[in-house]
Design a binder for this molecule. Sequence first.
Ligand code: XMP
Length: 174
Amino acid sequence: MKVLISAEQIETRIDALAREIAQVYQGQPVTIVGVLTGCIVFVADLIRRLDLPVRIALIHASSYRGDATSPGQLTISAESLPDVKGRHLLLIDDILDTAQTLSKLVAYLQSLQPASLRVAVLLRKIGRQQIPLEPDFCGFEIPDAFVVGYGLDFNDEYRHLPYIGVLPQHVPKG
Ligand code: XMP
């Protein structure tokens, strides 16, 4: 496994991100809306560093399974989402790839009339976005490779790794 971003790099960046986010919200209560399952490690680490009143909500969005990154029909499951009308929402996902997933989630959450909606991603793949979506907070920009670890999976494996890695068969050539 090639390590792309080490556990130490992630820790340092999340400290900085938490400060950026707290600075923007200026003490206002925030509802974190985490996108399952990839967000779990990122959300868990970020919220413990956030100096803000925080609520946690989770939403499930699935567009594909396994080893493909081409988006299919997106299914949003939001049964466990609390009432978010009038609240400041921070939508958190593990990775911004084509932006199909986040753009649909943003549209869905906007329809619930929050007071505000911002987006935070741990990773953003360079040169892959098909829909213009500027995340308000981004941990790292990465090359176009299939990454795992720190919540990200390949066939539901590797989510527990403390670093972001690239599987040998997915290391870009050149
Ligand atoms: P889109 O293309 O909608 O994709 O921006 C976002 C979702 O696709 C998954 N994804 C990945 N998962 N390694 C993964 O483990 C990757 O390199 C990767 N690229 C995209 C992920 O679920 C993300 O929320």
